[in-house]
Design a protein around this ligand. Structure first.
Ligand SMILES: [Zn+2]
Ligand SMILES: [Zn+2]
Length: 355
């Protein structure tokens, strides 16, 4: 099988050939058909200090990619939940299934996780991958694999929304006004899910024209350029926003902005991955009595897994979701994919590697 592995230059991958590993008894071997490139795969591309400095975090010989969809090609002897030929999407975070968190379904905060496919473990920039059957979710064969791989970022948004809703269970999310900061893939998924779960209005900020257009397609009722903070502030002053979902991360000051813009007694959800410790204004959180949640990954929040909801939504909105796949590249062109995904001026929303 072919695998694209990182070199010390984030734009250059080496294609290596190896034997396909047979699945362990409870594993399923999948033929990877699509692997989305995520913002977290791009840190090295954006910041050369990740790969040029002596203590660089970017490493050679890694296999990236955690947004994975494919087809079942071989079953471990005890992997009876799937059949050969099933189309599946991968929940890439391993969990022990035994700790107190796992036993209540909250596998995203498993105390003994051994990592993430595409992070600590080899990921989807490869033709084949053997994974535990508990990490797979079946998806209709009519859904394009690139769209099926969107289950990962969509499940992140679903999870954030559902966990935040629990912060104030006396207040329904139906009919509320939601502000989504950022229209990268996680922001767009958050806009989409807020609308799907009954928000009366969804306001979104964007930086690039393709993000503005996508936000409007996915259900935003009002959009603001991210630099128009004044316009956004006066809008939020005139029509109080019940819930703000922060998806920008990096080194932005959007966590503080979220606290400033939300109404008294409102909710703030932090989904953006910050690269440094940013300011959270404790006096604003206190004086407005805000409920703030940071959420990560996906799990059983209620009786359904976030991935089950994500898969249902993808199956019912395939055409709409396929508009988010702006570029498709082969495994050999993984470096080009990283470059496209890292440069939003290319028009990119989601770049997909198709091994
Ligand atoms: Zn991701
Ligand atoms: Zn656990």
């Amino acid at each position: 099988m072919k695998t694209a592995v990182t070199t010390l230059d984030p734009m250059v991958f080496e294609i290596i050939e190896s034997d396909v590993k047979s699945p362990d008894p409870t594993e399923v071997l999948i033929r990877v058909k699509a692997c989305g490139i995520c913002g977290s795969d791009l840190h090295a591309y954006r910041d050369p200090s990740h790969w040029l400095s002596p203590d660089a975090s970017w490493k050679a010989d890694r296999v990236l990619g955690h947004e994975i969809a494919g087809e079942v090609v071989e079953l471990g002897e005890n992997a009876g939940r799937f059949e050969i030929g099933d189309h599946v999407t991968l929940q890439p975070r391993l969990f022990c299934g035994e700790c107190a968190e796992c036993r209540t379904g909250r596998t995203e905060i498993c105390q003994q996780s051994s990592g993430l496919f595409g992070g600590e473990l080899p990921g989807g920039f490869s033709e084949y991958l053997a994974v535990p059957q508990e990490n797979l979710f079946r998806i209709s064969g009519s859904v394009d694999f690139a769209v099926a791989a969107l289950a990962e970022p969509l499940a992140v948004a679903v999870h954030g929304h559902r966990v935040a809703a629990q912060l104030d269970s006396s207040r329904p999310t139906y009919g509320e006004r939601v502000l989504v900061l950022g229209s990268g893939p996680i922001g767009l998924m958050s806009t989409f899910y807020a609308k799907q779960s009954g928000a009366s209005e969804v306001i979104a900020t964007y930086r690039y024209p393709q993000q503005r257009d996508a936000a409007l397609r996915l259900g935003a009722t009002q959009v603001f350029h991210s630099e128009d903070e004044e316009g956004l502030q006066s809008f939020c002053d005139s029509i109080p926003v019940d819930s703000v979902i922060e998806t920008v991360g990096g080194s932005a000051d959007t966590a503080a902005l979220a606290c400033r813009l939300v109404r008294r007694g409102g909710r703030v959800v932090i989904l953006g991955v910050f690269s440094r410790s940013v300011m959270m204004p404790a006096h604003v959180i206190l004086s407005k009595q805000l409920r703030v949640a940071g959420t990560v990954f996906y799990s059983y929040v209620g009786f359904k897994h976030d991935y089950e909801l994500a898969v249902e939504l993808l199956e019912n909105n395939t055409d709409l979701m396929s508009t988010l796949i702006t570029h498709r590249v082969s495994l050999q062109d993984a470096g080009t994919g990283i470059k496209l995904a890292g440069d939003k001026a290319s028009g990119a929303i989601k770049v997909t590697v198709q091994p």
